[in-house]
Design a protein around this ligand. Structure first.
Ligand code: PGA
Length: 264
């Protein structure tokens, strides 16, 4: 079985103080008895403090980006070794990196390779623009992004793929469960071609794009979707805790959370 993941991408939000405060609130609601894998990805400058604040919880720590070289004269960059010293997880190829920082498929591919060499678990983000979606090119774009990101990589079961349609990110206009499930099924078919059935069946595929406590169930109930990558709503502790609880409840109905679900 695939263990679901609820991951929070804090993006360029929270000072170190605010990050510690947020973790303090999350600690109260996210039990280490939960089977759902919970990940938070704060900004680089907060990683060390958040790592400390997460001690004693089962919440995993991730970063949002890395450089593909291990070290050197790359002013302002952070290397895979530095990230791996603090974190387990790394978000790679987020559409905001592709859009605002010129990350191409080739760069994403190098970053995936670098992350793996450093022992990090990548969450590879892919997703189409609005015009591609409207022109019916979603499958084509997603296929191309997967192939270029994973070219030459030995595709492995620990990989996580986040399907995040760009038009749904930060817009409040989330996609819908059924079409996302179809795209997730396509992603799994391509992963099968790039590896084998067993590996592809083990890879977790997340949905991301305006996920909230109010709409997450629609995605989690789909057979091919194994969790969510949450941006804005992951900054609100009650929302994030509720999403984790709902995931626990949906994926492990016989092992319900010890306290009542926060109603949404
Ligand atoms: P959002 O962001 O939940 O704020 O839409 C998702 C993401 O970019 O990962």
């Amino acid at each position: 079985m695939r263990f679901p993941i609820i991951a929070g991408n804090w993006k360029m939000n929270t000072t170190v103080t605010e990050a510690i405060e947020l973790v303090g609130q999350l600690r109260k609601g996210i039990s280490s008895a939960f089977s759902v894998e919970v990940v938070v990805c704060p900004p680089f400058v907060s990683l060390a403090a958040v790592k400390e604040a997460l001690k004693g919880t089962s919440i995993k720590l991730g970063a949002q980006n890395l450089h593909f070289e291990d070290k050197g004269a790359y002013t302002g960059e952070v290397s895979p070794l530095m990230v791996a010293d603090l974190c387990e997880v790394i978000i790679i190829g987020h559409s905001e990196r592709r859009q605002y920082f010129g990350e191409t498929g080739e760069i994403v591919n190098k970053k995936i390779g670098a992350a793996l060499r450093a022992g990090l678990k990548p969450i590879l983000c892919i997703g189409e623009k609005l015009e591609d979606n409207e022109a019916g090119r979603t499958a084509e774009v997603v296929t191309e992004q997967l192939r270029s990101s994973l070219a030459g990589i030995d595709v492995f079961a620990d990989l996580v793929v986040a399907y995040e349609p760009i038009w749904a990110i930060g817009t409040g206009k989330a996609a819908h469960g059924k079409p996302v499930n179809e795209t997730a099924a396509l992603i799994r078919r391509i992963l099968t071609e790039l590896s084998n059935q067993e590996t592809a069946d083990s890879i977790r595929i997340l949905y991301g794009g305006s996920v909230t406590a109010e709409n997450i169930a629609e995605f989690l109930e789909q057979s091919e979707i194994d969790g969510a990558l949450v941006g804005g709503a992951s900054l609100k502790a009650d929302q994030f805790i509720s999403m984790v609880e709902q995931a626990e409840y949906i994926y492990f109905p016989n092992n319900p959370p010890t306290k009542d679900l926060i109603p949404w």
